[in-house]
Ligand binder design. Sequence first.
Ligand code: TXE
Length: 501
Amino acid sequence: MQTRRNEISRHPLVIRGYVGGRFTDASPTEEIAVIDPATEQRVATLYESSAEEVDRAVIAARTAFDRGPWGRATVAERQKALLAIHDAILAHAEELAFLETINTGIPLSQTRNVHIPRAAYNFRFFAEYINQAGGEVFTQEPGLMSLVTYEPIGVCALIGPWNMPLGLTAMKIAGALAFGNACVVKPSELTPLTVTRLFEIIEGILPEGVMNLVNGRGPVTGTALVSHPGIDMVSFTGGTVTGSAILASLAKGIKGSAMELGGKSANIVFADADFDQALDAALMSSFMNNGQMCLAGSRIFIERKIAERFIDAFSRRVGALKIGDPLQEGTEIGPMINSAQRERMARYAESGLSEGATLLCGGHRFSGLATGYYFEPTAMLAPSNDVAICREEIFGPFAAIQVFDEEDEVIAKANESDFGLVGYVWTQDLQRSMRAASALRTGTVLVNTPIIRDLRTGFGGYKQSGLGREGAKGSQAMFTEMKTTIIARAPRTLPRMGAGA
Ligand code: TXE
C-alpha cells in the first residue's frame, strides 16, 4: 500500500466531472490540489466544474429523467441496477478503502470495515426496500377511493461531506436512484477520490445521464448546482452554516431539501451503567473517524458517584490512543482532514482553558510525526455547559466532560443546545432510559449502545441539526413527490348549479 501511495504522489490522479455517461474533457478553469492529510502530498488534481459544466450535468440529468428509460423503469429493473452497484463496490472494496484512507486520513481499519461495506449496503438496502414500499388507499368516504402514491421527484442535487465521503454520498445516491430519480452528485472538493472511482467502476450499469458528477468548491460548483433552475431538490450533508446558505438559495425557487447538519450530542452516563461498556462506547463515540462525525457523542455527562473513576479511566485510555499513519495496522487516530481543522482543534483547546476548563489530556498539535495534520486526542473537564467546547461542534478528536447529580438536571443540560442529532444514555434502569428517551430533543436516542445507524429507521436531527430523515421512509419522503388521486366509485350527488330551482 505504501508503494501504491508513493506511486500516486509521483503521478497524482486526475479528477473530472462525469456528464451524460462520460467523463468530461473540457479544459479546466481551475485546478485544485487534493491532499493526503498524512503525507501533505498531492494525491490528485481536481479540475473544477464551472457553472457551464454544472449546467450540462443538470441538463443531462433532466433529459435522462424526462425522456430516458430510467423514469419509467420497473422496480425489478431498478433493483437490478442497485444490486449491480452494490456488487461493484464490494468487488473493489480494498482499493476503495485505500483511496478513502489516503484522502481522509481515517484509519484503514475503519474505511475497510465500516465505510466501504456501508457504502455497498446502502444500495442493497434500497434495492430490497423498494420491493415492499408502497402507497396508501383510503376507502372510509362512501363512494370514494383515495389513493396516495409516491412518484420520483426528478433531478436531485446530492452534496456530500468529507468525513465519510463514499459512505454518506452513496446513501444519497442509492436513495435517489431507488425511487426513480436522476441525480447530479457533488462530493467535497477535499475528498473526491472514492466517489470518482465509483463512477468508473459502475460504468454501463445505468442509462446515460441518470447519474452525473461535478467537482469543485462550494462557492463555485456548489452554488451553481443548488441555484440551477433544473434541479428539483437538494440533499446535503455538511456544516450548519453551509446548510443554511443553501436553504436561503433554495427558497427563491421553492425547491425541496433534506439537510443532515452538525451535532453536539450528549452522552449521559448514569452511575448504574455497565461501566466498561459505557467507557468503551464513550471513547468510540468521541474518537472513531478521528472524531470527525456528525453523531459524535463527545459532550459527555458523568454522574458524580462514578465521575472520578470514569474520568481517570477515560483520560488514561485517551492518552494511550495510537496515533499514526492511517494506512498502518493498529492506528486508531489519523490526521485531521486539513491544517484548518487542526488549527480549529488548537483554538478550542485554548478557548476551553480560557473559559475555566481543565485539560485532562492532549490539547496540542501532535509532534511525533514529521508530516501530517495530526492533533493529540483531547479530553477536557468543562466547568459548565455554557462554554464553547460544550456548545459548538468541534469535529475532531475532542471530548468535553461534565459532572452531574440529578436526572432532571442532566436532561435539561443535554437539551440546552442549538443541535439535536443524537442523545446517548447509559443506565441499567429501564424506566429511566424510557424517560430520558422521550425527554431528549434529538432525532435519535441510543440507549446502552454507541453509534449505530439502522437504515430501516430515519436518521436526522431536531433544531439546527437538520431537516428531513435519511433511511427507508425518510428517504422515500425526501426523494419522491406524494400524489393524491381520488376516484368516485359511484355517481356523486352534486349541487346542480345554474340549472334553476
Ligand atoms: O463543510 P461544508 P466544511 C461541519 C463540521 C466542520 C464544518 C465545516 O463542524 O468543521 O461543518 O466543514 C459543499 N453551496 N461538518 O466547511 O462547507 C462543499 O463543497 C453548495 C459536519 O468543510 O459544509 C462540500 O461538498 N455546496 C458534517 C459540502 O458542501 C456547498 C460533515 C460540505 O462542506 C456550499 C462536514 C455552497 N454554498 C462538515 N459551500 C456532517 N454533518 O457530518 C460548501 N458546499
